[in-house]
Design a protein around this ligand. Structure first.
Ligand code: SOE
Length: 382
């Protein structure tokens, strides 16, 4: 039975504000943990929207200034769900106040900013984590367990893509709720930091570090009206990005992301091929893991589709009964559960800020390679 309350203060009430709040609310119903999140305060600039959000999700109090929130004595954890350009300032201020810090992905605008965040958070010695939620889809965690068991043998290939189609219209403005993702000043980059960052995080977790990359990017719609100014302004983000990579373990990879793949809404897939076995996962079918094992008897050998819903599958013993599947929102519940378990066992749940900095380094190398047109070394964690 959960006993110790852990007071959470969230900054931001958009899409991620909802996924995180849901995670904090549900976790104690399904996981037996020493700590129990209390939805203590929600923070955002628009008071009317903030109040509506707080009421809907059960946040006890509100603040319209995050600087006041991070100073509050009754807050243990500051959770950042704001656009990317404010992650660093809020995270550093919260760490200096001795708060634990959770930060929505990507960690930072770039590697240099991420380094400052890691330095501050580690100096403060506070618990920290970045919300790369797809690691916690049970099928993806199962993939990690299978790979770590050595079943795949030597890894030859990694293949990932994240395809969407929601920015094809040239009439879509940049800036504002949700659309800040199209504004380079708020987002840092386009699909590289928003979507490929997910693919890179999973890849680093499953297959180790990436040593070099060569990339190409494109901005298909070059000017869009800015919501803040009402003026037509240059678009600074990458609408699409594809890159080749070499992992330090010798395997080769392809990564692709776009918001211009008509018909695809959030098609995140990855495949990993080893000498003995292969794995494939698809976000649109997130409760299944496709697995091919060359060790199977030859006449019945083939790809099998594992329905990852059994009690002995990762996280699933905490949910319903075998055969009944869960979905996207549960990845956030799992992330909260792992964070709390990490506090309990004093074994930090990943990705920590430091882990997430590695993803920033790969994103930096990808964007740099796209502009120089050459193979680029990825900076490695110190
Ligand atoms: C963009 O559309 C987006 O919402 C990302 O920002 C999320 O990180 C991704 O999980 C789904 O797509």
């Amino acid at each position: 039975m959960a006993s110790k309350p852990l007071n959470v203060g969230i900054v931001g009430y958009g899409f991620m504000g909802r996924t995180h709040a849901n995670g904090f609310r549900k976790v104690s119903n399904f996981f037996d943990l020493e700590y129990r999140p209390v939805l203590r305060a929600a923070c955002g600039r628009d008071e009317a929207k903030l109040k509506a959000y707080a009421e809907k999700w059960g946040w006890e109090t509100t603040e319209t200034d995050w600087r006041a929130l991070v100073k509050r004595k009754d807050i243990d954890v500051v959770d950042i769900c704001t656009p990317n350009d404010s992650h660093a300032e809020i995270a550093i201020a919260a760490a200096r106040e001795g708060k634990m810090v959770l930060c929505e992905k990507p960690l930072s605008m770039d590697g240099a900013e991420g380094e400052k965040m890691v330095a501050e958070i580690e100096k403060a010695g506070v618990a920290n984590m970045v919300w790369y939620n797809y690691r916690r889809a049970p099928a993806v965690t199962l993939a990690k367990q299978i790979i770590d068991s050595g079943k795949l043998g030597k890894i030859f290939h990694y293949r990932a893509k994240f395809l969407q189609d929601w920015t094809i219209s040239a009439d879509l403005p940049q800036g504002g709720a949700g659309l800040w993702r199209l504004d380079a000043k708020a987002a840092g980059s386009g699909v590289t930091g928003d979507l490929l960052a997910h693919c890179i995080d999973t890849a680093l977790w499953l297959n180790g570090s990436i040593s070099t990359v060569t990339a190409m990017t494109e901005t298909f719609v070059k000017q869009r009206t800015h919501t803040a100014t009402g003026k037509v302004e240059e678009v600074g983000i990458d609408d699409a990005c594809a890159f080749l990579a070499r992992f330090s373990n010798g395997s080769l990879a392809t990564f692709e992301s776009t918001r211009y793949a008509r018909g695809h809404k959030a098609l995140y897939t990855f495949e990993i091929n080893g000498e003995n076995a292969s794995i494939f996962w698809d976000l649109h079918d997130l409760h299944r893991l496709q697995f091919f094992d060359y060790a199977d008897e030859s006449r019945t050998r083939g790809w099998k589709s594992i329905h990852v819903t059994d009690g002995d599958h990762p996280y699933m013993g905490n949910w319903w009964v075998p055969g009944l599947q869960i979905g996207y929102e549960h990845t956030f519940v799992h992330q909260v559960a792992d964070f709390l378990k990490g506090l309990e066992t004093k074994t930090p749940a990943g990705p920590t800020f430091r882990d997430a900095l590695e993803t920033q380094y790969v994103c930096d190398a990808v964007l740099s390679s796209a502009s120089t047109g050459s193979w680029t070394k990825v900076k490695q964690l110190a």
